[in-house]
Design a protein around this ligand. Structure first.
Ligand SMILES: NC(=O)c1ccc[n+]([C@@H]2O[C@H](COP(=O)([O-])OP(=O)(O)OC[C@H]3O[C@@H](n4cnc5c(N)ncnc54)[C@H](OP(=O)(O)O)[C@@H]3O)[C@@H](O)[C@H]2O)c1
Length: 321
């Protein structure tokens, strides 16, 4: 199976679906690396990585085996990574560490994972607060972004990505950028469609990449709240899935690609990652089905980011202004 692609503003072709690699505390780095091997062998060409996921060395091992076994060449793959919040002051070192771990000489896209340097210990409790955390600052963000621009000029990254942004943060920072971002990683599933941000990104030549495209059913307990809505259980999604004779996961992914995003579903299970790729290559949703899903938006954010709040902040909504 070969996924459709999007042409990014730097001229590169990005596959319209990728494999996520955040194991949510549930899967080991080896299991995820094995999934990367199997998924690329099956036809995936886009792998979404990040240093904070703690598995780039193992994924690098899988990529090395894929190259050695002649399954793909480096230039046929689209590999991303992300600078974590506590490395905003030393982006080049973080990027070089990711390249070394992944065994690559360049990344196709390198993201600023969150638009502020607020740091929390991996796996910490949702109510934990770091006393050094501060509200978003356009100056701080641009100083981090400048370092990404330098990585682009050095050829270590082909394009810059931004992640977890809002329209107002983009308005405050886009005019100050010298190399425009090619993609925006954003939470995107039928229960959280962020139409304003989505439109804004496309209008500015920034391709949306959808994280948690299935509503992240395996996310850690600390990231769950009683108001969360499960995208794959929404009645509209289940009904459309029944009409097509497919799993609700397929409806979420078809909707995402047909909307113009590149979803990056995570799975270490062979049947799941194969079906996730297959379903975006055939049997599209009808216009009526797309419209039904558009109207079913619940504005229900799952990745709230509350661990990045500063002291005195009211609640997680302040992060998304
Ligand atoms: N930029 C950011 O800040 C950010 C934030 C979050 C995520 N991400 C990226 O986005 C990726 C995806 O997000 P996510 O992993 O949180 O959520 P997700 O892709 O929405 O959900 C993944 C889970 O869905 C289930 N699943 C996968 N395929 C399925 C299928 N065909 N049928 C039924 N269930 C299926 C699996 O659960 P089981 O394992 O229980 O089977 C899997 O663990 C991450 O891995 C990461 O690369 C980025």
């Amino acid at each position: 199976m070969k996924a459709p692609t999007y042409k990014l503003r730097n001229g590169a072709e990005m596959p319209a679906i990728g494999l996520g690699t955040f194991g949510s505390d549930k899967y080991t780095a080896e299991e995820i690396a094995n999934a990367v091997y199997g998924a690329v062998k099956y036809g995936y060409r886009f792998i979404d990585c990040a240093e904070v996921y703690g598995n780039e060395r193992e994924i690098g091992g899988a990529l090395g085996r894929l190259f050695a076994d002649g399954v793909v060449k480096r230039e046929e793959l689209f590999v991303t990574s992300k600078v974590w919040n506590d490395h905003h002051g030393c982006v080049a070192e973080a990027c070089e560490r990711s390249l070394d771990a992944l065994g690559l000489s360049y990344l196709d896209l390198y993201f600023i994972h969150w638009p502020f340097p607020n740091y929390h210990a991996p796996g910490c409790d949702g109510d934990a607060r770091n006393p050094d955390s501060k509200p978003f600052s356009a100056d701080e963000f641009i100083s981090t972004y400048r370092q990404c621009e330098e990585l682009c000029r050095r050829g270590l990254i082909k394009a810059i990505g931004i992640s977890n942004m809002t329209v107002s943060k983009l308005e405050a920072t886009l005019p100050r950028m010298e190399i425009m971002p090619s993609a925006l990683e954003m939470e995107l599933h039928p229960a959280h469609q962020q139409p304003e941000l989505f439109r804004y990104a496309l209008e500015h030549g920034i391709r949306p990449i959808g994280f948690c495209p299935l509503g992240s059913p395996s996310r850690p307990e600390r990231d769950r709240t009683s108001e969360d809505i499960a995208a794959m259980q929404m009645e509209e999604i289940v009904k459309i899935a029944d009409a097509h004779g497919v799993h609700p996961a397929c409806v979420c992914l078809k909707w995402s690609v047909q909307s113009g995003a590149a979803p990056i579903p995570f799975s270490v299970k062979e049947a799941q990652y194969k079906s996730n790729l297959d379903c975006v290559c055939s049997d599209p949703l009808t216009e009526d089905e797309m419209e039904t899903i558009r109207r079913a938006d619940k504005n229900c954010r799952l990745v709230k980011g509350q661990v990045f709040l500063w002291e005195g902040a009211e609640d997680w909504r302040e992060l998304w202004k």
